[in-house]
Design a protein around this ligand. Structure first.
Ligand SMILES: *[C@@H]1O[C@H](CO)[C@@H](O)[C@H](O)[C@H]1NC(C)=O
Ligand SMILES: *[C@@H]1O[C@H](CO)[C@@H](O)[C@H](O)[C@H]1NC(C)=O
Length: 219
């Protein structure tokens, strides 16, 4: 009798061991929630146009900043508020500003929830877990540190994460759009035209990030 019971226990132990392996595997393959506040330097490639972006994510204050240095070119500020308003401006003598209104706020810290796990892949020399969300973004996270390493939008626009400083905050005074963003009239339309001619109105990181929010919400 005892000898018949024993194999069953061994079998049960075997099964539960494997179930816990499956459980821990599932747990590992959920993307890390974004820290509530961080600073990241990104190298972006938009079909061969290169940019360095300082990303300041500040969820408790409902704001997100992309400070974009185009290679040997314009320095552009893209300040996004959770109420849907974005200010896109330069701080040079051209005094360009464009104000955009979106129906969605900034990305939630858990914006990657529900992403499809695609397995592991090496990226930029790091072993990463990879996810895809709503055919909009492909996201690579370091297997060991859980830090993001790379993401790519469906447009081919890519981001390589160079630094990731958890808890870093940009001081309040830096989150102020310049006064010419609040001017009305002809002068403003002229300035908006300048920024529009740069292709800023649709295909940049800020808009695409907002796009993920809106696509995720409608699903
Ligand atoms: C940028 O992306 C293009 C493809 O869109 C690629 O041909 C090019 O090599 C990339 N440049 C860099 C510096 O990665
Ligand atoms: C959203 O918040 C910003 C910053 O406080 C403000 O400048 C902007 O006018 C607000 N937008 C709306 C639509 O209330």
């Amino acid at each position: 009798m005892a000898s018949a019971v024993k194999p069953i226990f061994i079998f049960l132990a075997y099964i539960s061991f494997h179930l816990s392996l499956i459980a821990s595997k599932t747990k590992d393959t959920t993307p890390a929630v974004w820290p509530l506040q961080f600073h990241s330097i990104l190298f972006m490639n938009n079909s061969g146009t290169l940019q360095k972006v300082d990303l300041w994510y500040d969820w408790p204050n409902g704001r997100n900043f992309n400070i974009i240095q185009n290679q040997l070119g314009k320095l552009t500020y893209d300040l996004e508020w959770d109420n849907g308003t974005s200010y896109i401006y330069t701080l040079d003598s051209n005094k360009e500003c464009r104000v955009l209104h979106f129906d969605v706020g900034i990305l939630r810290p858990n914006w990657l929830d529900g992403a499809n796990y695609l397995g592991q892949q090496e990226k930029d020399g790091f072993l990463c877990n990879v996810w895809e969300k709503v055919d909009f973004i492909w996201y690579f996270e370091d297997v060991i540190t859980k830090r993001p390493v790379f993401w790519a939008f469906y447009t081919g626009y890519t981001a390589h994460v160079m630094t990731f400083e958890v808890g870093a905050i940009l001081e309040d005074s830096q989150w102020q759009a310049p006064v010419y963003c609040f001017n009305e009239g002809e002068e403003k339309r002229k300035k908006e035209a300048v920024i529009e001619s740069l292709g800023w109105s649709d295909n940049h990181q800020g808009n695409l990030m907002r796009g993920i929010s809106s696509v995720s919400m409608t699903l």
